[in-house]
Design a protein around this ligand. Structure first.
Ligand code: NAG
Ligand code: NAG
Ligand code: NAG
Ligand code: NAG
Ligand code: NAG
Ligand code: NAG
Ligand code: NAG
Length: 458
């Protein structure tokens, strides 16, 4: 696959030294938690110009789609409350042979009257009629990159932090547009026998790890646009949603799942705890992840049997590793004395899982197009465990991917590369289209049941 690098159309807001920077096309990372204190208090030198330019480009591009609200969707949840979040199970297809008159069957009627059949791996395009899932993902990305852009500016107020305040207020808090703190209708099945969300739908809100990172950055930097009033209302919202996760059967089933759902549940839960000011809760859950589920997930070769058995094993292993890395980042932030990167399962660490995957050819499982999913994981491992032999940088170099222009390069440090190498040594832009390109490689597993074997592009 080739990687287009794109010249930014909107240069006005950038510092002069960024003017010549090309930026990477947008990709939505599955989940991550850049250490908010590190981002808010570090001074980033010229080797980070590429990563900074990309972050600002993504902040502006994602902001252009917002603000988002669950009240915008054309079909209302079965509760009749337009403030309820909803997404449809992706592999359920209507069979309306039981309906007598289908002449004017609306989507809402179809959802109530027709039977639904499961077609594994085949996404029903009706799913995209409801944009709550994609909206929340765009919101999460917008909050993270606009927060980083705001702290990079080192001003108490900026267009970027104003974006964050507006987006959080609109999605969560505003009386007219806010979301109710529940996922009763996430990845919902349809049909006359009932319309209920599934535990797999909890994964829909995994972007909370990114949101928490962004909000904690604004708190750390005492940003004036993130007001005390917004902060306390958001804490209140998150506390109510945590209560839903603690008590609703779907929340509890997600909390107890053993595969990537369990890993990424902890990402989300610990992130919510950090927003809500319960650091000890975040430490408890992430610590328990490493002493519990992680032990079950990883074997001595560094493989992950629960993900390896999937038809897209390269993807699922990467997805779960991104979740492990995020749990380690959350725990390291919440308790700097912790040692999650040293956690072993049968002698294997997070590093072992990435090392193994680096020797795995995704083409062998028909996944040639998703090589890029491993890059943020390789960068994270190189920065944490060190790269004395240049193994990781060598791997990234070999792909031709401009990894030092990727946002993750800013927080996966130290890692060799970046602008100090000199602009001339970097790959030349392969095209200079002045639109921001988009790739969706990392959305999968929003939809996984134990038997799910497909890869979903939303
Ligand atoms: C932000 O600006 C203040 C002065 O206004 C300065 O003391 C501080 O070092 C700056 N922080 C960063 C990360 O550049
Ligand atoms: C079927 O439904 C349509 C629209 O509701 C209506 O116009 C039509 O008369 C109905 N046909 C029958 C046979 O009931
Ligand atoms: C989300 O962002 C992508 C670009 O990354 C865009 O194509 C899509 O239309 C956006 N959707 C929503 C609901 O914001
Ligand atoms: C600690 O986390 C576990 C789940 O990992 C949970 O069952 C338990 O209630 C938590 N304890 C406290 C005090 O929060
Ligand atoms: C680890 O798991 C993989 C995938 O299930 C399996 O192929 C491999 O044999 C396991 N290795 C060990 C040492 O158990
Ligand atoms: C693992 O633990 C050792 C000993 O405490 C420490 O020196 C090392 O930095 C740790 N490694 C990581 C990646 O945290
Ligand atoms: C990676 O590529 C840069 C040039 O882009 C080069 O300076 C560096 O030595 C390479 N490192 C490795 C380990 O291949």
């Amino acid at each position: 696959m080739t990687f287009s690098r794109i010249i930014l159309p909107t240069l006005g807001l950038l510092h002069a030294f960024l003017l010549v920077q090309a930026t990477n096309s947008i990709i939505q990372y599955p989940v991550d938690f850049p250490d908010p204190k590190f981002i808010a208090t570090s001074k980033f030198g010229p080797q980070f110009n590429g990563a900074k330019a990309t972050i600002i480009a993504w902040a502006e591009a994602m902001a252009s789609y917002g603000p988002w609200s669950v009240t915008n969707k054309p079909v209302i949840a079965p509760s009749g409350d337009k403030h309820d979040y909803m997404s449809w199970a992706p592999y359920q297809w209507p069979d309306c042979s039981n309906v007598k008159n289908t002449t004017a069957l609306s989507l809402a009627d179809e959802s109530k009257q027709c039977n639904f059949v499961y077609r594994d791996g085949q996404v029903n395009p009706e799913r995209s009629v409801i944009q709550d899932f994609q909206s929340f993902f765009n919101l999460s990305n917008a909050v993270l990159y606009n927060s980083i852009a705001a702290v990079l500016q080192n001003k108490t107020s900026s267009v970027y932090s104003k974006n964050v305040a507006k987006f959080v207020d609109t999605w969560f808090l505003d009386a007219a547009t806010g979301m109710n703190p529940n996922l009763n209708y996430a990845q919902m099945g349809r049909g006359p026998n009932g319309q209920f969300g599934a535990y797999t739908g909890v994964l829909d809100l995994r972007g909370f790890a990114m949101i928490a990172s962004g909000i904690l950055m604004l708190r750390t930097s005492h940003n004036a646009d993130w007001t005390a009033e917004l902060d306390s209302k958001f804490v209140d919202w998150c506390t109510k949603y945590i209560n839903w996760l603690d008590t609703a059967p779907n929340g509890q089933q997600a909390a107890h799942s053993t595969n990537n759902h369990g890993t990424i549940f902890v990402n989300q839960y610990a992130a919510l705890k950090l927003i809500a000011g319960d650091k000890a809760g975040a430490v408890n859950w992430t610590t328990n992840y490493f002493s519990g589920r992680f032990q079950h997930q990883v074997n001595s070769s560094g493989d992950q049997p629960e993900e390896a058995g999937r038809t897209r094993p390269f993807h699922y292993r990467n997805f779960n590793i991104a979740g492990m890395i995020t749990n380690a980042r959350l725990l390291s932030y919440a308790d700097p004395s912790s040692k999650p990167w040293n956690a072993t399962a049968d002698g294997a660490t997070i590093q072992t899982t990435v090392d193994l995957l680096m020797t795995t050819n995704p083409s062998a499982t028909g996944e040639a197009d998703i090589q890029r999913e491993i890059y943020p994981n390789v960068a994270a491992v190189a920065s944490i465990y060190g790269d004395p032999s240049g193994k990781y940088v060598g791997y990234l170099n070999k792909t031709g991917f401009p990894y030092a222009d990727e946002p993750t390069f800013l927080w996966s440090q130290p890692l060799a590369g970046g602008d100090t190498l000199g602009e001339d040594t970097k790959p030349k832009p392969k095209n200079s289209a002045n639109a921001v390109g988009v790739e969706y490689l990392l959305h999968a597993a929003g939809v996984l049941g134990a038997s799910f074997l497909g890869f979903q592009l939303l």
